[in-house]
Ligand binder design. Structure first.
Ligand SMILES: NC(=O)c1ccc[n+]([C@@H]2O[C@H](COP(=O)([O-])OP(=O)(O)OC[C@H]3O[C@@H](n4cnc5c(N)ncnc54)[C@H](O)[C@@H]3O)[C@@H](O)[C@H]2O)c1
Length: 395
């Protein structure tokens, strides 16, 4: 008997994160084939030729991809030589590429965040509404991690009682090449780029998610943010910080807060604490790489996860497989909805405004952040290690 046809995926953007997706679709997702890779960067193309199956086509732009596979605007899913696109370019290109892929009738696995701004988000949400036959999954990777899922199951089953506070942190190991300085312009800044994970899981644990028929318990009321450039004062000119703190107060009085950093010396760390009336859960209390204890002249120690790729290696595989399953069976609920990603983005945007303006930010009746009175939208107050005073540079 002939084996069933494989689900045909193209990876658009194979930089740091796109490589992980490309490898997973090529070698760890049994129901899928990685049929193509697109990246204008020659080094990325060379990597693809050297590391992916020989049958995987390599293109420099999406126009070549769509022409090669005979994709047509408005065509039903599966009618061309391609079923899905996995988009992992820099964030500033996500929205346009995603809208285009949706219009071509492709299912989309879209790296987080959906866009660097609310406008891009709205375009993706509208495009997805026009094409209910297409599935769009936002790759908020913590949702696919077994430990976070275990915590969520316990919260959902009521084991922690009434959950009222989430504390979390996302801290990257410092890279002295300072790659995240130019990256800031295309990433939306530390709250949009990194905190989107913390915001998403806090909403998930606090029951704010409207996915899978749940009724959101509350809405955000006010956010406050602050930042400090411990290593890279030049980030302030982009309205960004290499360390930041955010708090989110909900209308019902519950709250969540988090610390973000790009300057840790020990490795990558992400921790989440869930406080309820019947107990407390801690995810990733210790960012250890494995179960090895090293007892030597330094004492007793273990190695830490160098980056989130080691920490979430398995989650990325689950993400790819569940994406394919949801596309093959439209009755399956998406593990992350565009609506959830959108709500998280509105909070991340509010935090960015608070970071730059130095003021608390509230939300209007639609849930959009309100620009603080008296702030011109461009002045930026982020202190740096070299200043000793508040930086008031114009963006
Ligand atoms: N889920 C996670 O935990 C996680 C982790 C890291 C990064 N990300 C996200 O992944 C995305 C990529 O981040 P990165 O660190 O890999 O960036 P990167 O700069 O390393 O890679 C981006 C790649 O996209 C390519 N590209 C740019 N425009 C393109 C286009 N029009 N068509 C095809 N390719 C194009 C670039 O040449 C580059 O190779 C970002 O949105 C980031 O937020 C998510």
């Amino acid at each position: 008997m002939a084996s069933p046809a494989k689900f045909r995926v193209a990876a658009i953007g194979v930089g740091r994160q796109g490589k992980v997706h490309a490898l997973n679709f090529a070698f760890s997702t049994p129901k899928a084939d990685l049929v193509a890779v697109v990246d204008p960067n020659e080094a990325a193309q060379d990597w693809a030729r050297a590391n992916l199956p020989a049958a995987t086509k390599v293109f420099g732009g999406v126009e070549e991809l769509y022409a090669h596979f005979g994709c047509q605007r408005g065509a039903p899913p599966g009618s061309a030589g391609l079923d899905a696109a996995c988009i992992s370019t820099e964030t500033s290109y996500h929205a346009a590429l995603c809208v285009q892929a949706i219009d071509f009738g492709l299912h989309v696995l879209l790296e987080k965040p959906v866009s660097i701004d609310i406008e891009g988000h709205v375009q993706v949400v509208e495009a997805a509404k026009r094409r209910p036959d297409v599935r769009v999954l936002v790759a908020l990777s913590r949702r696919f991690d077994p430990t976070y899922r275990n915590a969520r199951q316990r919260v959902k089953a009521g084991q922690m009682g009434d959950v009222h506070l989430i504390r979390s942190a996302t801290v990257d190991q410092y890279d002295d090449r300072g790659w995240f300085v130019p990256y800031s312009l295309k990433s939306g800044g530390i709250f949009v780029d990194c905190a989107i994970h913390d915001i998403d899981i806090a909403r998930w644990f606090l029951g704010l998610s409207n996915a899978q028929g749940e009724v959101p318990r509350s809405r955000p009321y006010r956010v406050t943010a602050s930042g400090y450039n411990a290593r890279h004062p030049e980030l302030a000119q982009y309205g960004d910080a290499d360390n930041a703190l955010g708090t989110v107060l909900l209308e019902d009085g519950r709250s969540f807060y988090f610390h973000l950093g790009r300057t840790a010396v020990h490795g990558h760390e992400c921790v989440a604490e869930i406080y309820g009336t019947q107990g407390r859960l801690v995810v990733n209390a210790n960012p250890r790489l494995d179960r090895l204890d090293i007892l030597d002249s330094h004492g007793v120690r273990s190695e830490s996860t160098p980056s989130y790729w080691e920490r979430f290696k398995d989650a990325f595989v689950v993400e790819a497989r569940e994406f394919v399953d949801c596309c093959l069976d439209p009755s399956l609920p998406l593990p992350v909805t565009l609506e959830d990603a959108f709500e998280a983005a509105r909070i991340a945007t509010a935090l960015t405004i608070s970071l730059r303006s130095g003021q608390p930010v509230y939300f209007d009746d639609k849930g959009d952040p309100i620009r603080p009175k008296g702030w011109d939208g461009t002045s930026c107050k982020i202190p740096s290690k070299d200043d000793g005073y508040v930086n008031t540079a114009k963006l």
